[in-house]
Design a binder for this molecule. Structure first.
Ligand code: ADP
Ligand code: MG
Length: 623
């Protein structure tokens, strides 16, 4: 539970598609997942407001979005596009919006864009204030007291009027806006990139409907925007539409050109297209079905490659923007120290691959790209609230890092107090015959068992070609860079299959907790070692007896029946001992005896294999 400070300042990402509120303390930043009724969700409030034409707000956020289909004229979304804009300047924009955008007299002889619902006209700050109130209510439900101070983010390209409009929105919502900060700056703060002076950072933000890239330079502890470039009508929605067009084409090819899509099908198709796109970020292909009515079910398959071909022109435009931003900042790609990913669409592997090509380095993705801006706003908020920033991660690794191995033990790759940056590598293998995937759990802590350590993240290495247990060679690498970001990668060496994850080990821990974990480890050292050893030896028993069993099966009737009998008996004894005894030394001794006993079995297997090979050769020659 949060502590009861008086001057709580929250950080707010007031987005075009989604908005979030976050809070940072000693443990680091985190998004507030509490709803206004005290339930929990994913923290994302769709930036959508449904307004009753008779006056008053019907819904904000997720439930408002449901109105968008039936009552588009009263459902206001993308209001951020109108914030602080002149009426004349948004004509093009207004044509794309289903609600009425009208002229309203503004100060300084300039007419501003506003929204008319029923007979009432709302200014963009008034609409945004409904969203901000929702976020404020969430924070209040979380802290169980009034919250009135916030830092709000805006795109780097927002001008003074747009920034002022954002401040106004805060004021209308009853928030004291302590500061407005740039979204890319917030993203850099979330990663703690404000600790190394003279660094240059590229922030690439690809959301639902907008794209921008900013080049930042940190000097004297503050971020300066060197350049920014982008397209306010480019994003994940375009990818969805490409999928929709393809599906429509295919359906018409099969059922004829006359087939019309009713609006309900079209809306269903939109949701489906987005779901398919999102699944292709983690899967190689997706099979899906559409109900076209009249008992017609249309099935289709889309591969990741198909999607990549469709979105290539859009991604290319973002890459061109990156090059332009670099050029405007008078920098070569290798002058960029870090690339930070923002926006849901940066989860697409193809986008990451293209960025890696341009900048020649792995982009930062340890934080959730939907959350990173709100998290950064809250980091700035905690600094301004005078909360001490506990830097657990500057010179040394505060707690050991490793992965979970079979049976719940921990293989530590980087030991605590190692100087950063640092790197370690270890080889692992499979435990089952034909095993094609390995789950990797990244752990932090001093204890010997996974259950007593903190889980930092999990990922899966898939697509390992089926091989006998123990054959695949999986190289796991831990790398901690100078910013304290941990990069974990796993690579199966025969197939070249790879998977990786990034995490920030320092987030979520206080200095006091680190001390406590050290103390616990010390107190449990002896017992932990014993259990670890027991797990290891039991694993070895399972592995060796399975191999022996397999060899027995293969040997068939050619094996001396007496040898078969003794091996089978002692195998059963060894297994029983491993299951019932906790004396790892006794099990180890029995295992050694067993292994010695199976040497003739191994020899027999080799002799068999040679004989078979010979027979096959002669067989082939004879045929
Ligand atoms: P905005 O910045 O416009 O508010 P977001 O950053 O929330 O938008 O990004 C929303 C977009 O991200 C949507 O188009 C959504 O479909 C897309 N998206 C979210 N998750 C994934 C994913 N795993 N793979 C591909 N696209 C995704
Ligand atoms: Mg965004």
């Amino acid at each position: 539970m949060p502590t009861g400070q008086t001057d709580t300042i929250v950080g707010i990402d007031l987005g075009t598609t989604n908005s979030l509120v976050a809070y940072a303390d000693e443990r680091g930043p985190r998004v507030i997942y509490t709803t206004r009724d005290g339930a929990r969700d994913n923290g994302m409030v769709p930036s959508v407001v449904a307004i009753d034409p008779a006056g008053g707000v019907i819904d904000v956020g997720r439930s408002a979005r449901l109105h968008a289909i039936e009552r588009p004229e009263i459902t206001v979304y993308s209001i951020k596009r109108l914030m602080g804009r002149g009426f004349e300047d948004v004509q093009e924009e207004a044509r794309r919006l289903p609600y009425r955008v009208v002229r309203r007299a503004g100060g300084q002889g300039r007419d501003i864009a506003a929204v008319q619902i029923g007979s009432r006209v709302y200014t963009p700050p008034e609409i945004s204030a409904f969203i901000l109130r929702e976020l404020k209510a969430r924070a209040e439900a979380y802290f169980e007291r009034p919250i009135s101070k916030a830092i709000i983010t805006v795109p780097a390209y927002f001008d003074d009027t747009q920034r002022q409009a954002t401040r106004d929105a805060g004021k209308i919502a009853g928030l004291d806006v302590i500061r407005i900060i740039n979204e890319p700056t917030a993203a850099a703060l979330a990663y703690g990139l404000d600790r190394h002076d003279d660094s240059t950072i590229a922030v690439y933000d690809l959301g639902g409907g907008t794209f921008d890239v900013s080049i930042l330079r940190l000097s004297g502890g503050t971020f300066e925007v060197l350049s920014t470039h982008g397209d306010t009508h480019l994003g994940g929605d375009d990818f969805d539409w490409e999928i929709i067009r393809l599906v429509q084409q295919e359906v018409r090819r099969r059922y004829g050109e006359h087939l019309a899509f009713p609006p309900s099908t079209l809306q269903g198709l939109r949701n489906l297209a987005e779901a398919v796109k999102i699944r292709l970020s983690s899967q190689d292909q997706v099979d899906f079905e559409i109900d076209l009515g009249q008992g017609r079910n249309f099935g289709m398959q889309l591969t990741r490659g198909d999607l990549e071909r469709m979105i290539e022109p859009y991604v290319q435009r973002t890459i061109d923007s990156c090059r332009q931003a670099l050029c405007d900042a008078k920098l070569e790609p290798d002058a960029i120290d870090q690339v930070v990913l923002v926006g849901g669409s940066t989860r697409i592997p193809y986008v990451r691959r293209r960025l890696r090509e341009v900048f020649g380095k792995e982009p930062y993705s340890a934080l959730n790209p939907d959350e990173v801006v709100a998290l950064g706003a809250s980091v700035q908020a905690s600094v301004m609230a005078g909360l001490k920033r506990e830097v657990l991660l500057l010179d040394v690794v505060p707690l050991s890092l490793g992965i979970e191995t079979l049976g719940g033990a921990v293989a530590k790759l980087i030991l605590r107090n190692t100087r950063m940056p640092c790197q370690a590598t270890e080889m692992f293998t499979t435990f089952l015959d034909g095993q094609t995937s390995i789950k990797l759990t990244v752990l932090q802590g001093e204890r010997e068992l996974a259950k007593d350590c903190r889980t930092l993240g999990e990922f899966e290495l898939r697509g390992i070609p089926p091989m006998p247990a123990g054959m695949p060679k999986v190289q796991v690498t831990f790398l901690i860079d100078q910013n304290g970001i941990l990069h974990v990668s796993a690579r199966e060496q025969r197939s070249g299959k790879e998977a990786s994850i990034q995490v920030i080990p320092a987030h979520g821990l206080t200095r006091e907790e680190v001390r406590q974990m050290e103390k616990d480890a010390y107190a449990h050292a002896r017992q932990d070692m014993k259990i670890h050893r027991l797990i290891d030896v039991r694993n070895q028993v399972v592995f060796d007896t399975a191999k022996a069993e397999q060899a027995l099966r293969k040997a068939g009737p050619t094996l001396d029946p007496n040898l078969r009998k003794t091996i089978t008996e002692s195998m059963a004894n060894l297994r029983r001992l491993a299951e019932t005894s906790e004396d790892s030394e006794a099990i180890y001794q029995a295992l050694q005896d067993f292994d010695r006993m199976t040497i003739p079995l191994a020899e027999h297997a080799v002799a068999q294999a040679l004989k078979e090979a010979h027979q096959q050769e002669t067989g082939e020659r004879n045929s």
